[in-house]
Design a protein around this ligand. Structure first.
Ligand code: FE
Length: 334
């Protein structure tokens, strides 16, 4: 083929093909909780976004697809899941001044392999009737006698509680965390069972006075006719570590190694940390923006403000095997 023919062929292709590349995302988040912010991106850039909901097994899928994966980005929740994706070696670093400037260092990988986009705090839901103002103080205090028979929580082996225990280890070391976990276990009103919302239901039903839960569940319960009464029976209290702030985790994104549409995917990542997108994305999920100064929704703001713990999430994630051992040693769920 001569240069001239090649040129004509390319020109014809350009006319026939869609003008704009898509960004393809594998997401473990409900697509309806992401779609509106993607629509805002498409509106502002003309780049369309395909969301493929992969409830479980994103890592396995990316490994199987290898270099031929159509996915550009992975979006998921919890540092444990982000770390699993990184450890599987299916993502690539993204060096972006925009991302580095927008996201606090503790909420992104120092090798630029994952990026937190929103945060959720792990807090205490406290009975409005049976818990006094100021009674809930620190995470450490949850092991004190005053809470005997008053605490409900989901499994100690769930990612959310493992991250909290990991953070306790990061603050005080494993021996302290083991005593703490044993103390909290002693204070449980019942064996760990159910999800975070089931604990609030138990408070509503009078089985316990406080529970551990993530902040966004308050929004979910208020939006659910059957659960609104549970939500109305509690207040959100933001405990802190004795030597730190309130424990937070992230929802985040990572770029796949394959990333066939790398440039567009980067454009999307950078869009997602813009003030407007941060506000939309956080509001859709009843979460907190990572970008300082980005708007918090009215509902979420009503829960009160707090100082987030600044322990590096990667450091917390690296304590996970130790946290798992601690929870098993104290037989937390038994
Ligand atoms: Fe959750």
């Amino acid at each position: 083929m001569s240069m001239r023919t090649l040129f004509l062929a390319s020109a014809a292709t350009i006319v026939a093909a869609p003008a704009i590349a898509d960004v393809n995302i594998y997401t473990a988040r409900q697509p309806e909780l992401i779609q509106p912010v993607m629509d805002a991106f498409t509106e502002s850039t003309g780049i369309s976004v395909n969301l493929a909901y992969v409830e479980d097994g994103i890592v396995e899928r990316l490994k199987a697809e290898g270099r031929r994966s159509p996915a550009d980005l992975v979006m998921t929740v919890d540092i444990a899941n982000l770390k699993q994706i990184v450890d599987a070696d299916v993502v690539q670093p993204v060096d972006s001044d925009v991302l580095s400037a927008a996201i606090p260092t503790e909420l992104r990988s120092d090798e630029n392999l994952w990026f937190g986009l929103t945060t959720r705090a792990r807090i205490v839901y406290a009975s409005k009737e049976r818990v006094a103002d100021g009674e809930v103080t620190t995470y450490e205090d949850l092991a004190s006698d005053k809470w005997e028979g008053r605490i409900c929580t989901r499994s100690g082996l769930h990612n959310y509680n493992l991250a909290l225990t990991s953070a306790m280890i990061a603050h005080h070391g494993e021996d302290y965390a083991r005593d703490w976990a044993a103390g909290v276990r002693e204070n449980l009103a019942r064996k760990p069972e159910g999800n975070d919302r089931a604990q609030v239901k138990a408070i509503w039903a009078g089985e316990c006075d406080i529970s551990l839960g993530n902040t966004y569940y308050m929004g979910l319960m208020l939006g659910n006719e059957d659960q609104r009464a549970w939500a109305d029976s509690v207040r959100i209290i933001f405990p802190t570590f004795e030597n730190g702030g309130t424990h937070v985790n992230v929802s985040g994104a990572a770029m796949t190694k394959a990333a066939p549409n790398r440039d567009e995917a980067l454009e999307l990542m950078e869009f997602l940390v813009s003030p407007a997108a941060q506000a939309i994305y956080a509001e859709l999920n009843n979460e907190y923006p990572v970008l300082e100064g980005a708007a918090v929704s009215e509902l979420v703001a009503a829960w009160g403000s707090f100082e987030a713990d600044t322990t590096d999430l990667s450091a917390i994630a690296s304590e996970r095997p130790n946290a798992l051992r601690v929870m098993e040693e104290v037989n937390f769920d038994g």
